[in-house]
Design a protein around this ligand. Structure first.
Ligand code: XMP
Length: 315
């Protein structure tokens, strides 16, 4: 049985022993990186520098919220807006693994630059067990190169500290609760962000569509869960399928994209079952998405795939 207090007690002195000078952490605002940052901050204080990179593939208002979280945790932090750089690097890229590799590698290069400026020697990552198991770290095939594993360049100069690498998500949440972190119930969000929720090229225009759709799905599902209409899923979001279909707006022909709604129940993300969303909630989501993006999206579908054989994210 996992004991979060014991885990914290054991981890802090280990971090103090390993990290003699300064360390850098990629702070995404998700459960894993927030728990990691809080732990390492407890261990080495201001010698930890949290860096948030806005890749341009964050959710609506997320960069501002993340900044506030770093303030609230009293972290020593740097905020880097690299969205234009990311959009340029992903121009014309359609292959999911290529997207992941480019995003992961760019991340590390940005960190290396900050690391040189700040003279740090350690990179702290919030990698958890399913990340490296599914990236081929165990005896299994690579299913997808998870951002914090697959994107690491071979010539990386920083040493790695991954205090959560043997933990599963429910265990990370237990640690978050013991540390009184508000983030403990936040749904997971993948490192490559919305780029892997856009099938095909993740252009700035397509990103805006999926960002808006994800926001509507999140808000409506949270509202429905709070009203007791459904159980809150483990994860819930939208995927942009750039397949155009014919529709009608008023009395005019429309030819727009498709949005898929994805909501799953899981314990550790290794397997999942699709959530049953009441039809009235699906209906509200569908209407809101098509009304908000009238000319651009005119078809909404619901994904009823379990994992396996699917994965949680589409890419
Ligand atoms: P999949 O899609 O592999 O996702 O079934 C399992 C869980 O991991 C999240 N995910 C990621 N998390 N970096 C992360 O930190 C990544 O590259 C990444 N890809 C997927 C996904 O959202 C789900 O919770």
């Amino acid at each position: 049985m996992f004991n979060a207090e014991k885990f914290i007690e054991k981890t802090i002195p280990n971090l103090q022993k390993d990290i003699q000078r300064k360390a850098l952490i990629a702070f995404s605002g998700g459960v894993d990186s927030t728990v990691c940052a809080a732990l390492v901050n407890k261990a080495i204080g201001d010698r930890l520098i949290a860096v948030h990179v806005n890749t341009g593939y964050m959710r609506k208002n997320e960069p501002e919220q993340v900044k506030q979280m770093m303030e609230d945790l009293s972290l020593n932090y740097r905020f880097v807006d690299a969205s234009k750089e990311y959009y340029a690097a992903l121009k014309g890229v359609e292959d999911p693994e290529k997207k992941r590799k480019i995003i992961g590698e760019k991340f590390i290069r940005i960190f290396e630059k900050v690391a040189r400026e700040e003279k740090v020697d350690y990179l702290v990552q919030g990698t958890i067990a399913p990340d490296w198991i599914e990236s081929g770290g165990g005896l299994r095939d690579t299913i997808k190169s998870h951002h914090n594993v697959g994107g690491l360049p071979k010539d990386m100069k920083l040493k790695l500290a991954e205090p959560l690498r043997d933990l599963y998500k429910d265990e990370v949440r237990k640690v978050a609760r013991v540390l009184h972190l508000k983030v403990s119930e936040r749904q997971p969000f993948p490192g490559p962000g919305l780029a892997i929720r856009i099938i095909g090229e993740p252009t700035p225009e397509r990103t805006e569509l999926v960002r808006e759709a994800c926001d509507i799905v999140e808000k409506e599902i949270e509202r429905a869960s709070e009203q007791g209409l459904m159980e809150r899923p483990w994860q819930y979001f939208a995927v942009l399928i750039p397949i155009k279909t014919v529709g009608v707006h008023g009395d005019k022909r429309a030819y727009g994209n498709t949005i898929a709604i994805r909501a799953v129940q899981s314990v550790d993300a290794m397997t999942c079952h699709y959530s049953t969303i009441p039809h009235e909630v699906l209906d509200t989501i569908s209407t809101k998405i098509t009304n908000t993006m009238k000319e651009k999206v005119n078809r909404i579908v619901y994904d009823v795939t379990n994992k396996p054989p699917g994965t949680v994210e589409w890419e």
